[in-house]
Design a protein around this ligand. Sequence first.
Ligand code: PLP
Length: 398
Amino acid sequence: MNDRSSLSPSTQFVHHKRVNLPKGNLPLVSPIYQSVKFTPANMSQLRAIMGGRDIGYLYSRISNPTVRELETLLAELQGREDAIAAASGIAALTAVAMTFLTTGDRVVVFTESYKPTRFLLSGILSRFGVETIRLSRDDYDKFEAICQGAKPPKVVFLESPTNPTLRIHDLPRIIKTAKAAHCLTVLDNTFAGFLEHQAFDIDLFVHSLTKQASGHSDAMGGIIIGKRTLIDKLFPVAMTLGGCLDPNSAWLILRGMKTYGLRTAESSRLAIEIATWLTTQTWAKNIRYPALKTHPDHELWKKQNRSGGSVITFDLTCADKDVDKFFDNLRLFSVTPSLGCVESLAVPCLMLYADDLPPEEALAAGISLQTVRLAIGIEGLDDLKADLLQAAAKTTGQ
Ligand code: PLP
């Protein structure tokens, strides 16, 4: 609209003059495409977009350039062809379950998994006739028997390291069994991160971007990464479920990703120091951190992983009645769920991650009232140790 002189103020309010950058004059930081709608150049382009012959944009629930930039980056890091972003990690997991499972199907999930993932399958998908089989991390023989039986599962959901007890799965063994049974493998790679597990023949990776990717506790998101044929199957379902990532959050996560390497390296450097130090403390026992030689899956971890990650789980040696004192006395560690942010966090595991399990199953999975999960941020090592020490002294009197 070149001649604006005849426009009324009401029209000027709505249709302001656009500032277009000269050709080749680019912003160093990509803009946030905070627009729900995109107009095609003409009807012919609209037809091409609708027909999938033009990658142009129309409506942000379907696709948005800022979100697309994030999807492309994360697919590249995880070493796969394509990705679909979602509003949260659990929205990503929901899209996978709704795409690849239907009435009469079986799905396998491990007890050692994020509680809402277990609920998604056994509490929600079960209402639509999907049968969930829950196995423990040590039940590989059962998994093999089910896969070789008359009705193999259509999908297996797993995490490695697992939340919250940091067990490591034998990925080659699971993948081999699942592939032979045409069972889709879905690895929630949130704890391990984008730079781990590329070499394994996992069908779909899911990440909560709310954690290390965003890194600053101010944005939620999720992503599903895999080969293009699988992402193409997911696309219409994810788009229709409506759990899309908004461009503002995508931009914050893109900004977080610029320091991903630095932050994850620093928090795992601090985590190994703290985990090793915890093994010398009388108020802490059963220190679980995969890079420690005493971890039950340490050998597997060495074969499959590069980093130990930022999460440590351990048990306080105090009586049941004193557990709350530990959390109430922490000053630097914040008592709140999540991980992978610059702040260090601490949570009681039983209440947050295992209160849906029968007590004996929680115990078998290594979770008691005394089990604490630490998510290490990027503060000073001595300050973090001092905080744990003073809270432990007030809890156990040691
Ligand atoms: N997967 C794992 C392993 C998690 O720890 C979480 C959240 O803590 C999620 C998925 C869900 O992510 P979100 O909170 O972004 O939905």
